[in-house]
Design a protein around this ligand. Structure first.
Ligand SMILES: Cc1cc2nc3c(=O)[nH]c(=O)nc-3n(C[C@H](O)[C@H](O)[C@H](O)COP(=O)(O)OP(=O)(O)OC[C@H]3O[C@@H](n4cnc5c(N)ncnc54)[C@H](O)[C@@H]3O)c2cc1C
Length: 444
C-alpha cells in the first residue's frame, strides 16, 4: 500500500513517523514544497535573531528518513486527481497513491488596502518569509508590525533584537484581549512597551505608501498618523492553505472538512493539522486549532486511521504556550477573556507586575476549569491532571507548589495564592499541604 502525505509540517511528519512505527510494510511518501526536511516552525524567529541555524531547527538528522524508509519529495502538488488517485507535481512527476493525507498547513492572511503588495510588506509563516525578512530589514531603522496576535509580538521581538525601531499597531484596545483577560492583556501592554516597542492600540493600517522605487516608505493609520518605515510585517492571522483544493470534489469550508476519524468526504483521503476543520468539534473546542500540539495529536490519529485502526480524534486538555519577549505564557483548559456565568476566577499578580496566575473554577462544585500563568512556568503533567480530574480548586490551592516548575518561587507563590483566596472567601482558611520531595526523602 502506498500512502502519500502532502505537507512535511508537524501533522504530516508525525503521521509518517507513526505509520512507520505501526506498519513496516507500507510505502510512505511525503511531498512538500517549502523545504525537503521537517523543521520546527515555532522556532523560526530564532533563525532570524541568529540564535539558531537552519540545521538546528531540524529535530531529526537527514539520514533518519531513509533509515525509516520514508521517501521525501521536495516538490509542489499543483493538482490532485481524486478519481485516478494521483498527484500532479510542479516537476511534472505524477505520484499515485492508495491513501492520501492532506497536511498542507496554513497561509498568512493579507491586508486589502492600498500599497499592500509593495516591496517590504510581508507576513511571517515560512522559511522563505524569514529569508525575505532578512533582506527587507537589512540596514533599516524603523518597521511597522500590524496585528496583535502571537506572531505579531514575535516579529516585534525579532526586529528589536536587531536594534530596529518598531511601531506595533493593534486593532483592539488592549493586546490580544480577544483571548486574554484584561489583567494579563494589560501586563503585556506594559511588557511590550518596556521592550522599547511603540505600541499603538485601537489602530490599524489605512494605506501603505511607496517611495519612487515601489518600496514601502510609510504607513497611514486609521487614526490619521503617517509613520515612516521601510518594512511592514502583516501579522493578522492565518487561514487554512487549501486554495488549490477548491473546485474539486473535496468538501471545504474554511478548512478541509473531516469527521472524528479525520476522514474527508472522499474515499481514502484524510486531512490533519492546520488545514483540517472538524465537522463536529467537542464542546468548548474550535473546529480548526492552528497550533503545534493539535497538529501532532491529529498526525497520530491520522496514522491510525490510514491503517484502518479506527480511532476517533480525542484532543487532550487544551494547552498553549508562548513567549512574549522574556515573559513565558501557558494556558490550560478554558480561561475565557471574561468570566462566564457559573464560574469563579481567582487572580493573583506579583507586586513586580511581571508574574501572574489565574484559576478558573465552577462556582458550585469548585471543579478546576482553566489556568493561566504568565512569568511562571507550570508543570504540564500536574496542571493537565488537575483539569482532567476536575480537581476542586481548594485542593489545587493547597497543593499548588507541586505544579510550579522553578522551586525557588514555590512557597511564596503558593502562599500568595492562598492569601488571595482567603480575601475572596473570608470564611475559609486553607493551609498548604507539602508533600516531601524525592530529594528530601532520599537526602533527609
Ligand atoms: C512564526 C510562527 C510561530 C508559531 N509559534 C507557535 C507556538 O509557539 N506554539 C504553537 O502551538 N504553534 C505555533 N505556531 C503554529 C504552528 O507552527 C502550526 O500550527 C503548525 O506548524 C502547523 O503544522 P501543519 O503540519 O498543519 O502545517 P505546516 O507546518 O504549515 O506544514 C505544511 C507544509 O505543507 C506544504 N505544502 C502546502 N501545500 C502544498 C502543496 N500543494 N504541495 C507541496 N507542499 C505543500 C507547506 O509548504 C508546508 O511546508 C507558529 C506558527 C508560526 C508561523
Amino acid at each position: 500500500m502506498h500512502i502519500a502525505i502532502i505537507g512535511n509540517g508537524i501533522a504530516g511528519i508525525t503521521a509518517a513517523r507513526y505509520l512507520r512505527k505501526l506498519s513496516s510494510g507500507c510505502h510512505i511518501s511525503v511531498i512538500s514544497s517549502e523545504t525537503r526536511h521537517f523543521y520546527s516552525r515555532t522556532a523560526l524567529m530564532y533563525l532570524y535573531m541568529g540564535h539558531l541555524t537552519y540545521e538546528n531547527l531540524k529535530p531529526y538528522e537527514d539520514r533518519f528518513w531513509q533509515k525509516n524508509r520514508i521517501t521525501l519529495l521536495h516538490d509542489h502538488v499543483n493538482q490532485i486527481d481524486f478519481t485516478q488517485q494521483c498527484l500532479h507535481c510542479s516537476s511534472g512527476k505524477v505520484v499515485y497513491y492508495d491513501k492520501l493525507l492532506l497536511a498542507t498547513g496554513s497561509k498568512s492572511n493579507t491586508l486589502n488596502c492600498p500599497g499592500h503588495n509593495l516591496q517590504g510588506v510581508q507576513g511571517l509563516y515560512s522559511l522563505q518569509d524569514v529569508q525575505l525578512m532578512q533582506q527587507h530589514t537589512q540596514g533599516i531603522t524603523h518597521a511597522v508590525v500590524a496585528g496583535g496576535g502571537l506572531i505579531g509580538i514575535e516579529v516585534a521581538e525579532m526586529l528589536r533584537s536587531k536594534g530596529i525601531g518598531v511601531t506595533f499597531l493593534v486593532r483592539e484596545n488592549s493586546y490580544w484581549n480577544s483571548i486574554l483577560p484584561p489583567e494579563e492583556s494589560d501586563m503585556l501592554n506594559r511588557h511590550i512597551r518596556a521592550h522599547g516597542v511603540n505600541l499603538l492600540l485601537d489602530t490599524q493600517i489605512q494605506a501603505i505608501l511607496p517611495d519612487e522605487h515601489g518600496r514601502v516608505r510609510a504607513v497611514m493609520t486609521t487614526t490619521g498618523a503617517e509613520i515612516a518605515c521601510r518594512f511592514v510585517a502583516v501579522t493578522i492571522g492565518v487561514q487554512p492553505n487549501v486554495d488549490f483544493l477548491r473546485q474539486t470534489g473535496l468538501e471545504i469550508d474554511r478548512g478541509i472538512l473531516v469527521n472524528q476519524y479525520l476522514q474527508t468526504n472522499l474515499p481514502n483521503v484524510f486531512a490533519a493539522g492546520d488545514c483540517a476543520q472538524l465537522r463536529q468539534p467537542l464542546p468548548g473546542r474550535k473546529a480548526i486549532e492552528q497550533v503545534w500540539y493539535t497538529g501532532r495529536m491529529q498526525g497520530i490519529t491520522a496514522a491510525l486511521n490510514l491503517l484502518n485502526r479506527e480511532t476517533a480524534y480525542q484532543p487532550r486538555i487544551w494547552f498553549n504556550s508562548a513567549k512574549f519577549f522574556d515573559l513565558e505564557y501557558q494556558t490550560y483548559g478554558n480561561v475565557p477573556p471574561a468570566p462566564l456565568p457559573g464560574q469563579t476566577q481567582l487572580y493573583w499578580q506579583h507586586p513586580d507586575g511581571q508574574k501572574c496566575l489565574r484559576l478558573v473554577y465552577q462556582t458550585q462544585t469548585g471543579a478546576l476549569q482553566g489556568v493561566n500563568a504568565l512569568g511562571i512556568r507550570l508543570r504540564h503533567d500536574v496542571a493537565e491532571k488537575w483539569l482532567a480530574q476536575q480537581t476542586p480548586a481548594e485542593t489545587v490551592l493547597t497543593q499548588f507548589s507541586t505544579a510550579i516548575f522553578d522551586p525557588e518561587f514555590t512557597q511564596p507563590i503558593e502562599q500568595a495564592l492562598l492569601n488571595q483566596y482567603h480575601l475572596q472567601n473570608p470564611g475559609k482558611q486553607l493551609r498548604a499541604v507539602h508533600k516531601r520531595s524525592l530529594w528530601h526523602t532520599i537526602f533527609g
